[in-house]
Design a protein around this ligand. Structure first.
Ligand code: FMN
Ligand code: ADP
Length: 305
């Protein structure tokens, strides 16, 4: 899959390849997003490039001028697009130029130049300055349009907002139901206090590679961890380690991988969340914490997930 980062849409050259394209921001790439993208991919016949045209950040993040935590930051999102069969992704930088782009210009300078013959998007997709573009304008320009209706599961809209509230509130079971996959975060393993190994609970401390949304409760989660190409059951703690540290400036994310014994400092690992187990607690001693970790481990071993 080819990725194009476009900071100025004027640099897009007139293409000689025809395309079909899914349009949207797609944070979380949930079940409704997946339908839109899969339909686009399956309609890409011979000679058509299955393409996603999206933004490098949400307009909300741009206007708030502060970093927004995402369910699927760019690298992660790109990987999912690729798994869905997308061949080209255009990340349009959401900047002053794009913010002021007239709807008709979006059609002429982006869709037409890329020879897009059919677009696919969700019912609430917006384009053009202040969201002024309409599906009719695209149709009038000779491009076919497929609009996906709102979808619900158990009276809840399948949306990025719904998924974000599941993560914030530790409801990883619902997250799987709505997104079709477990919530996951990617990070590089960094050095911690080197205490874990002294109680036979080595924990890989994660430095997140991108700005992921995290649950708001500090605590322990039943997770799986991918190291290289292998997946292991794991226990992940998010919090301030109150038993050993009084410092409350930076949350640590650390995972104890079951049936695993390798030095993985510097490696990138992916942690998938399945269930909230318990809140983080301050124990009277490191030994008491060790006893609790053994109890957590027993639960993790017995549980089927
Ligand atoms: C599954 C799991 C549960 C944990 N639960 C707690 C907890 O309830 N309270 C706490 O203070 N620390 C908790 N921790 C963090 C430990 O304090 C930490 O792993 C230990 O101090 C080793 O840190 P190190 O990796 O920096 O050496 C937990 C860690 C794991 C892996
Ligand atoms: N089962 C395991 N789970 C997590 N890390 C492990 C495991 N086995 C070995 N390790 C290694 O041990 C390190 C964690 O040991 P630990 O004593 O907690 O040190 P640190 O405080 O630097 O994290 C990990 O970063 C990893 O390289």
């Amino acid at each position: 899959m080819k990725i194009f980062n476009i900071s100025d849409y004027n640099i897009i050259e007139k293409s000689n390849k025809k395309r079909v394209a899914a349009l949207g921001f797609f944070d979380g790439v949930h079940k409704a997003h997946q339908k839109i993208i899969s339909e686009m991919v399956s309609e890409a016949r011979e000679g058509y490039v299955p393409t996603v045209i999206t933004l490098d950040r949400s307009p909300k993040e741009y206007f708030a001028k502060s970093k927004e935590e995402s369910l699927t930051p760019l690298k992660k999102k790109s990987k999912i697009f690729e798994e869905l069969g997308v061949e080209e992704v255009y990340y349009l930088e959401f900047n002053e130029q794009l913010q002021n782009l007239e709807a008709i210009e979006f059609i002429d300078k982006i869709l037409k130049k890329l020879k897009v013959e059919k677009v696919f998007f969700g019912y609430d997709y917006k384009y053009g300055v202040k969201g002024s573009g309409t599906p009719e304008m695209i149709l009038d320009s000779g491009i076919k349009v497929s609009i996906h209706e709102k979808e619900e599961i158990e009276h809840h809209k399948i949306s990025t907002t719904t998924l974000k509230s599941f993560v914030i509130n530790n409801d990883f079971v619902s997250y799987i139901k709505f997104s079709g996959r477990a919530y996951s975060i990617v990070g590089t393993v960094i050095k911690g206090k080197q205490l874990g190994r002294t109680i036979n609970f080595p924990t890989a401390n994660l430095d997140l590679t991108e700005n992921y949304l995290l649950p708001k409760t500090n605590g322990v989660y039943l997770t799986k961890t991918m190291v290289g190409k292998k997946i292991y059951k794991s226990l992940t703690n998010i919090g301030y380690n109150p038993t050993v540290s009084g410092i409350k400036d930076k949350k640590s994310i650390e995972t104890h991988i079951l049936d695993f014994d390798e030095d993985i400092y510097g490696e990138e690992i992916e942690v998938y969340f399945y269930e909230f187990l318990r809140p983080e607690k301050k124990f009277d001693s490191f030994n008491r914490l060790k006893e609790q970790l053994q109890i957590d481990k027993d639960v993790c071993e017995k549980k089927i997930f």
